[in-house]
Design a protein around this ligand. Structure first.
Ligand SMILES: Cc1cc2nc3c(=O)[nH]c(=O)nc-3n(C[C@H](O)[C@H](O)[C@H](O)COP(=O)(O)OP(=O)(O)OC[C@H]3O[C@@H](n4cnc5c(N)ncnc54)[C@H](O)[C@@H]3O)c2cc1C
Ligand code: FES
Length: 351
């Protein structure tokens, strides 16, 4: 397999990239941080300019990278493969206080599989060595026999680097979830994964109180953040809005109630049910409950994760409550159907 030289401007940093590897992957593995979110050509976060050389745009969504942008020399680095030596202009600024952990490969062994809610599975995976990551980041897992990967957020905090927890929702007809994880994945199976990826992680430099909003398995990265903050004794206030339709779809309620009892000054828990009324639960969508609870979100920082329409609705609510986009961190759980349809975001938005 040929290897080409990638030069990342304005750093002037040179690194090698195989012809079958994405430029983003090569950069992250070499410890060169570049903005990215989905790593599957859907969100547009990794859009960059090719200053010199030729790339294959690969599997980039026609919505996330439009025809005129391709003509202007733009590419999505998570899909772009080099056809020779390439020079790119990267958005290389790293936020204050953020540690960059290079991406690496791991071999995992499935230790536990548990059905934690309706159509929702918890996996505990033992890794062959420690993974260093920021709370909220994700791993990319190879789907056996298909030559494709799927991304799942780590629900465990960085203090548990050898055994990671994943929370996975079954997508009907989905290659990885329906066709593998909910079908024949078993305890003791070997899985191949790489990581850490993503920019949805807890910002330790921000000491404002945090409002965290999770829909479905969007809870996974948020659980990692909450455990990280509380277990490290950080003096931060956190409030979690966890949403599901009914109780059988909501999980880890006991875990968060126990954390609330243990840390009453720092952590508040608001489990929300949109299609069922029950004692001890708020009724309504997470956004309705938050709207009732907080007159304003000014002075908070927001973290939102889940299915794209829920993330979009939460963004609107937080902004109506006076939070600026720069104070909100989001993770959209895009899948292949979003790639085909363009998701819910403007394709011209580079975030
Ligand atoms: C950053 C990130 C983190 C994530 N973390 C988690 C997590 O922690 N937990 C979790 O449960 N999920 C998470 N996801 C979602 C996850 O990565 C998968 O997308 C999800 O599990 C579905 O994968 P699948 O292989 O089962 O389904 P896929 O095979 O990807 O199919 C998904 C849907 O798209 C349809 N489809 C497939 N191909 C096409 C096509 N060409 N055109 C139109 N429709 C198509 C399928 O029929 C199906 O309905 C995350 C996503 C991202 C981007
Ligand atoms: S990270 Fe490349 S399109 Fe989402």
């Amino acid at each position: 397999m040929s290897t080409y030289k990638i030069t990342v401007e304005p750093l002037g940093r040179e690194l090698d990239c195989r012809a079958d590897q994405s430029i983003l992957e090569a950069c992250l593995r070499a410890g060169v941080w570049l903005p990215h979110a989905c790593t599957h050509g859907t969100c547009g976060t990794c859009k960059a300019e090719v200053l010199d050389g030729d790339v294959d745009h690969g599997d980039a969504s026609a919505f996330a990278l439009m025809e005129f942008e391709r003509d202007e020399g733009k590419t999505l680095l998570c899909c772009a493969k080099p056809r020779g030596d390439v020079v790119i202009e990267g958005d290389v600024d790293i936020e204050d206080g953020v540690t960059v952990h290079p991406v690496a490969d791991f071999v995992g062994t499935v230790a536990v599989i548990e059905d934690c809610a309706l159509d929702t599975r918890r996996l505990l995976i033992d890794l062959d060595r420690e993974i260093a990551f920021n709370p909220g980041q994700y791993v990319s897992i190879e789907v056996p026999g298909h030559g494709v990967t799927r991304t799942y957020s780590m629900a465990t905090p960085p203090s548990e680097p050898r055994r990671i927890e994943l929370q996975i929702r079954r997508t009907p007809g989905g290659l990885a979830s329906d066709g593998w994880i909910f079908k024949d994945l078993s305890v003791g199976d070997e899985v191949h994964l790489s990581g850490p990826y993503g920019r949805f992680f807890y910002r330790e430099a921000r000491d404002e109180p945090a409002v965290l909003i999770a829909g479905g398995t969007g809870l996974a990265p948020i659980k990692s953040m909450i455990r990280h903050v509380l277990e490290n004794g950080m003096e931060r206030e956190l409030v979690l809005y966890q949403g599901a339709r009914t109780r059988e779809m909501l999980y880890d309620v006991g875990v968060f109630r126990a954390l609330e009892a243990q840390h009453p000054d720092r952590f508040r828990y608001r489990p929300c049910l949109s299609e069922e009324q029950a004692d001890g639960y708020e009724s309504g969508l997470v956004t309705d409950v938050l709207d009732r609870d907080l007159a304003t979100c000014r002075g908070y920082v927001g973290y939102v994760c889940g299915p794209p329409p829920m993330v979009e609705a939460a963004m609107k609510t937080l902004m109506a409550k006076r939070l600026f986009p720069r104070d909100i961190y989001r993770e959209d759980f895009f899948d292949e159907s979003d790639k085909a349809s363009g998701g819910v975001r403007s394709p011209l938005l580079k975030r």
